[in-house]
Each structure stands twice: as structure tokens, then as C-alpha cells.
Design a protein around this ligand. Sequence first.
Ligand code: IP8
Length: 274
Amino acid sequence: VLELRKKKIDIVKIGGSIITDKETYRSLKLESVQKLSEVFSKWNKEFIIVHGAGSYGHVVADKFSIVEGYKEDSQLQGLVQIRTDMLELSTVIVSELVNKGLKALYFQTSALAHLDSNDTEVTLFLNPIKKALELGLTPILSGDVLFKNEDFFTIISGDLLIDLLVKNLDVERVFFLTDVDGLYTEDPNTGESNHLSFVSFDDIDKQHIAELTKEKTIDVTGSMKGKLEVILSIINYVDEVIIVNGNIPNRIRKIIQGKETICTRIEGKKSTQR
Ligand code: IP8
């Protein structure tokens, strides 16, 4: 019976700005977490949830220059604080999901991933996550501290983690829950921006993408520019990438029910090959 569960999965990234107030250190948007949990409890296939850090990660990471690696002992206090804060955020998310009836299981990214010798290759120990998926459990991961060979540590964004996951699992769809309605093109003459509801695999590189969000807060992992780079990589391994406004959970509900709604759907390479 369990063999039947070895099938394609979805991955959902909850942007940090959806579940936290990014301006204020450790401020949770509990109502958003609860509303999203309700939607996630109705997901109709195996999936992984990856959440961003928001103000539970980026504020302290910036203050202690964690992305730059080890410089002095004082940074260790920041590293420990990030892990403590991220654990708190993940715990709230997992317990809300469990409250709604989802069999959610937390995995600590920094205990499963490591940046190797030349600091270009991230090793991710995926066996536990694969087994959990086979059982029909929903793994919950996040952006996190990442230990590495040179300079000891850095930060891995949830987006980069998803890039690793799609290369090693059979992933159908990746959802990015952001604080905007999707991708926009900007008319170079008028400066007007137009929402894109569909982008074909062949067009994604050519699109003049104006902006994905209006976020202006500090984001040590590169914010939206970084996100687009990751999306350009991810689409080579999946059927579809969907960018949807995470502040409007009903849109996500509609997508999983196969209904039309406002979002940007990007066609992945796999769907062009099936
Ligand atoms: O919010 C960053 O993850 P992201 C993780 O997905 C930390 O970029 C700890 C800052």
C-alpha cells in the first residue's frame, strides 16, 4: 500500500512576509498561520512545506553578519539566537498544522544540510524526508543556518533549499506564497505594470520581469532577485511553478481544487516533456 505513495509531490514555500511582520523582530502573524494551516490541511497529495524566516531570522542574521561566515566569537550568540527563534517559529507552524489535522513533521534544515569542500555543493540528507513522504506525512522545513567547510557557517534561504529538493525528488508543482499576486511585466514606455497569469517555459528567460514584490526590508538571502534566479533553475525540474498571494488563502484553496484564480503559473520543463 505504501508503495503507492511513491509519487510526485508538491512543495510549498511560505514567504517570511506572510507569516511574520518583517519590520519587527520576532513578530508573528498568527492569524495568517492559522488560515494557511486550514488550507494546507485540505491538500490533496503528498507535499513538503518550506517556510521563510521573516523577522525570526533576517534581523539577527544581518546584525551578526552570519551570511559572511565566521569572523569572531561574538557571532555565535547570533547563530544560537537564530536557531532558537527559528525553532520557535517552526513550532508554531507545525502545531497549527497539527491542530487542523495535518500530519506535519518538523525537520531541522541545518541538521540535514551542509555546504561542502569548495563551498559550492550543498549536501542534503534526504532519506528521512523521503520516508516521511512515503508514510503520507508532511515534512516542514525552513531557511536556516547552514554549516560549511570554509568559514564555518552561512545562511541557506528556503528558496535555495527548494532548488535542492526539486533536483532530488519527483516534484510536480512548486508554490511560492508571496505578498504580491505574481509576476508583472513593465511596459518600458508607460511604466505601467501588467500582471502575468501564465508564462511558458520558452518565455521565462525573455520576460522582462519588473518586480515580484514591493518588499523593501532587509533580507540577507537576496530577497526577490534571488528568488527569480532560483525559479529560473527550479522550472527545469518540475511541471509547474505557481506564484500566488499568500495573504489571500482562498486563492491557494482554489488552485488545489483545480479552479481559476489570480496567480502566475510558470510552465516547467517536465510538463513540456510529458
Ligand atoms: O526567509 C532565511 O530563509 P528565507 C533563513 O527563506 C534565515 O530567505 C535564518 C535568515
